[in-house]
Design a protein around this ligand. Structure first.
Ligand code: IMP
Ligand code: MG
Length: 414
C-alpha cells in the first residue's frame, strides 16, 4: 500500500513521461489528476517514440489507468488516443469536457491578446476550466446520462455558439459511456485493499494557475497536493512526491524566464535535447538551471516528502561552459526569492560556474551505475543537493527506457 505523485518542477517537459513509464511496474494504478490534452508525455521504447496527451504515460503496461475529475477531457482526441492504445481506463463522471467551442475560444482569446498572447497549446484548456467555474461546462456525467441542462444560452453569450451538436453528443457518448466511473471511490477501495497508486502530474510548478508565472501559465493546479482535488484521493495518504527537473530549463510559450539563453548555445542544446513541443512541435526556449526557481517549486510540493529526479544530464555533456543560477540580483540587491520574478521585477541571475561535463558512453554508465558517471556531473549534483537540501535519487542520462542511474533508492522502489 503506497501512493506516490510525480510532478514537474519547472515549466513542464521535465521528462515525467519517461519516469512514469519506468515506475509504473511497481504500482497497480496510474492516475492523471490535472491538465488535459495540452500535455505531451513522451516515452521512448527501443527506436519507437510514444506521446501521451490525456492517457497516463503508463499506457504501455497492462495497468489500471484513471483520469480524475481535475482533468479536462476532449472526447474527440481521447477517442484517437484510445484507438492507438487499447487500455483499461476509467474517466471520472465529473471531468469537464472540451467541445469545439472551448477550442475555438482558446484560439480566439489568443488572437485578442495579440502581442500579449500566452502561447497556449490551443487545446481548449483555459476555456474548459473557466466553464467549470462559470458552471456552464458539460461533464462526462451529462453526456453519459444525457441530462443536459441548457448551457447554450450562456455559452452563446460568450459568442461562439455552444459547440454541443447532436453529432458531438453521440460521439462523446460512444467514447465515454463504456469508461465513465467514480474515480475517487475506486481509488479509495483499491488503496484500502492494499493496492498502490501512482499519480502523474502534467505540466510543472511554474505553470501552476495560482503559483506559476501568471498569466503565462496553464489553467490548472500542477502541484502535488492537487491530487486531493483532481483525483479526489486524500492528500494526507500521499507517501512520497517525486519532483522531476531537467538539469537545464526549457519553456514553451511566452512569459518570464530569468535564466534564458539565446544564440548558438541555445540552438545546440535545443538540437541535442530535441527541445520541440511534443504537443505542438514549437521550438522550446532554453536556459540554465535556475535553483532559485527550483527551490520555490520544491517548497510548493510537499518538501518533506519530496525526492528529486534530474533528467537530460547527457544533453549538457560535451557543451563546455556549465552554469546554474544560485540567486537573483534585483535592483542591485541579491535575492533568492522567486516571487521577485513573479512580480515582474527585473531579475538578473547570479550564476555559479561548474566544470564542463565530458561526453561519455552513457549506455555503459547506465549499466555500471552512478559511480561510473563523470565526476563533474557527480560534483554538480552534490552542489545542487547541498543548495536545495533535498535528496536527488536518480539522474536520467538518455531518453530510452533504462537510460537512468539511481543514486539512492526511492523509498518504495524495491
Ligand atoms: P494551455 O495549457 O494550453 O492553456 O497553455 C498555457 C501555457 O502552458 C503555454 O505556455 C503552454 O505552452 C504551456 N503548456 C501547457 N501544457 C504544457 C506541457 O505539457 N508542457 C509544456 N508546456 C505546456
Ligand atoms: Mg511535454
Amino acid at each position: 500500500m503506497k501512493s506516490s505523485v510525480v510532478v514537474g518542477l519547472q515549466w513542464g517537459d521535465e521528462g515525467k513521461g519517461k519516469l512514469v513509464d519506468q515506475l509504473a511496474q511497481q504500482y497497480d494504478a496510474i492516475v492523471r489528476f490535472n491538465g488535459g490534452g495540452n500535455a505531451g508525455h513522451t516515452v521512448v521504447v527501443g527506436n519507437e517514440k510514444k506521446v501521451f496527451h490525456v492517457l497516463p504515460s503508463a499506457a504501455l503496461w497492462r495497468k489500471k489507468l484513471y483520469i480524475g475529475a481535475g482533468v479536462v477531457v476532449d472526447p474527440e482526441s481521447l477517442e484517437q488516443e484510445l484507438s492507438q492504445n487499447p487500455v483499461n481506463v476509467m474517466v471520472d463522471y465529473r471531468c469537464g469536457l472540451i467541445t469545439p467551442f472551448e477550442k475555438w475560444l482558446d484560439k480566439r482569446l489568443e488572437e485578442l491578446r495579440g502581442t500579449n498572447a500566452i502561447g497556449t497549446t490551443g487545446r481548449g484548456i483555459g476555456p474548459a476550466y473557466a466553464d467549470r467555474m462559470l458552471r456552464v461546462s458539460p461533464r462526462v456525467m451529462d453526456v453519459v446520462y444525457g441530462d443536459f441542462r441548457d448551457l447554450s444560452a450562456v455559452r452563446r453569450l460568450i459568442g461562439g455558439g455552444d459547440g454541443i451538436t447532436d453529432e458531438w453528443i453521440e460521439m462523446s457518448r460512444r467514447v465515454l459511456s463504456p469508461i465513465a466511473g467514480d474515480v475517487p471511490g475506486s481509488l479509495l477501495s483499491l488503496y484500502e485493499e492494499g493496492g498502490s497508486i501512482l499519480f502523474e502530474g502534467a505540466q510543472g510548478a511554474l505553470l501552476d494557475i495560482t503559483y506559476g508565472t501568471y498569466p503565462y501559465v496553464t489553467s490548472s493546479n500542477t502541484v502535488a497536493s492537487y491530487v486531493g482535488v483532481g483525483a479526489g484521493f486524500p492528500a494526507s495518504k500521499i507517501d512520497e512526491v517525486i519532483g522531476v527537473a531537467k538539469l537545464y530549463v526549457t519553456r514553451v510559450g511566452a512569459g518570464p524566464f530569468p535564466t534564458e539563453i539565446t544564440g548558438d548555445l541555445s540552438e545546440k542544446i535545443r538540437g541535442k535535447g530535441g527541445e520541440y513541443g511534443s504537443t505542438t512541435g514549437r521550438a522550446r526556449r532554453v536556459g540554465w538551471l535556475d535553483m532559485v526557481a527550483l527551490k520555490y517549486a520544491i517548497s510548493l510540493n510537499e518538501p518533506a516528502k519530496l525526492k528529486l529526479v534530474f533528467t537530460k544530464a547527457d544533453v549538457l555533456a560535451g557543451l563546455g561552459d556549465l552554469r546554474a543560477a544560485v540567486a537573483y540580483s534585483v535592483d542591485g540587491k541579491e535575492s533568492s526569492n522567486f516571487v521577485d520574478a513573479l512580480a515582474g521585477k527585473r531579475v538578473e541571475p547570479v550564476y555559479e560556474s561548474f566544470d564542463p561535463i565530458p561526453d561519455v558512453d552513457w549506455e555503459s554508465v547506465a549499466k555500471s551505475g552512478w559511480g561510473a558517471a563523470p565526476k563533474q556531473l557527480r560534483n554538480f549534483i552534490d552542489f545542487i543537493q547541498d543548495y536545495l537540501k533535498v535528496e536527488v535519487t536518480e539522474v536520467s542520462i538518455g531518453a530510452r527506457r533504462g537510460m537512468s542511474v539511481e543514486l539512492r533508492r526511492c523509498a518504495f522502489s524495491s
